[in-house]
Design a protein around this ligand. Structure first.
Ligand code: BJW
Length: 234
């Protein structure tokens, strides 16, 4: 019978595309205070600093390209006969550009803005500022990055938990396993009887929870893992 696969990705899968991680020694949270830049309270206190942070990352994303790991996941989905859900904590669009279809960006999308007043979500690739105006309700200062900050509810959780309940293979890629609810998915998958695999540069906080682990750069370990999986099923 075909497997039901859930993949969870984190910042590590996009590191080799030139996008920084959060908790590595040169990561964003080593340089900046997440309370100021990734919380609704921080945005309320200093929206200019928050816009600057996301504007710089949005400009960086315009220059980034998906690599072999993003592509391998899209090829795996296309070749797979059972359910295949890719949940990413990343706000970049590299999985989408690599061709992944059944994709949930649970922490939002950098190339979208959301109006704090009327909740309209729309495509946006330019800088945002406190002068930005919502294209629907015309409120000035309404638009904010369409991202999930600490204390906010991640997106499409019902769909994610439904997939985890019937999952037979769960693979976490390039995530430190420090941020919930994503860090708890391995236990949800195990409770459903799934085989669980970690693919990451190095072991992290929740590595002991996985049945199997392969450590190394995503651009190497992910294509190799996918190729081995597909050959074993051919
Ligand atoms: C490589 C590599 C290479 C490097 N190849 N690998 C106490 C206990 C439990 C929970 C809480 C608590 N207090 C508060 C909470 C809740 C809180 C939380 O989890 N806090 C913890 C820090 C304790 N969570 C929330 O508030 C979330 N909301 C929530 O819980 O709502 C209530 C709820 C309840 C029940 C069900 C559902 C909901 C919201 C979390 C929002 C996270 N937001 C951020 C920023 C916004 C997006 C953005 O700006 O990009 O999201 S924080 C940041 O962390 C970002 C990431 O998506 C997220 C995860 O980070 P990730 O991806 O794991 O990156 P790193 O840097 O940590 O790890 C990178 C890994 O890659 C490392 O392992 C490297 O080794 C590896 N790597 N190069 C392969 N080349």
């Amino acid at each position: 019978m075909a497997e039901n696969i859930v993949i969870l990705t984190g910042a590590g899968i996009s590191a080799e595309s030139g996008l920084g991680t959060f908790r590595d020694k040169d990561g964003a949270w080593a340089k900046f205070d997440w309370r100021k830049l990734a919380s609704p309270e921080g945005y309320g206190e200093d929206p200019i600093a928050v816009h600057d942070f996301y504007n710089a990352r949005r400009r960086g994303l315009l220059k980034a390209e998906p690599h072999g790991a993003h592509q391998a996941l899209a090829q795996w989905e296309a070749a797979h006969e059972g359910e295949f859900l890719l949940v990413t904590q990343n706000i970049d669009d590299l999985h989408l550009r690599a061709g992944s279809k059944n994709l949930i960006p649970m922490h939002g999308e950098l190339f979208k803005a959301r109006c704090s007043a009327c909740h309209h979500v729309y495509d946006w690739r330019e800088d945002l500022s406190i002068e930005s105006t919502c294209p629907r309700c015309q409120i000035r200062s309404g638009p904010r990055p369409h991202v999930v900050w600490f204390g906010e509810m991640p997106l499409e959780m019902e769909r994610i938990y439904r997939a985890l309940e019937s999952c037979t293979l769960f693979v976490a890629i390039g995530t430190s396993g420090t941020v919930y609810p994503a860090a708890g998915f391995v236990q949800d998958a195990k409770a459903a009887g799934a085989h669980t695999v970690e693919l990451c540069l190095e072991p992290g906080e929740i590595s002991v929870l996985f049945d199997e682990a392969i450590y190394g750069p995503a651009s190497e370990v992910v294509p190799h893992f996918v190729e081995t999986y597909l050959k074993s099923r051919a």
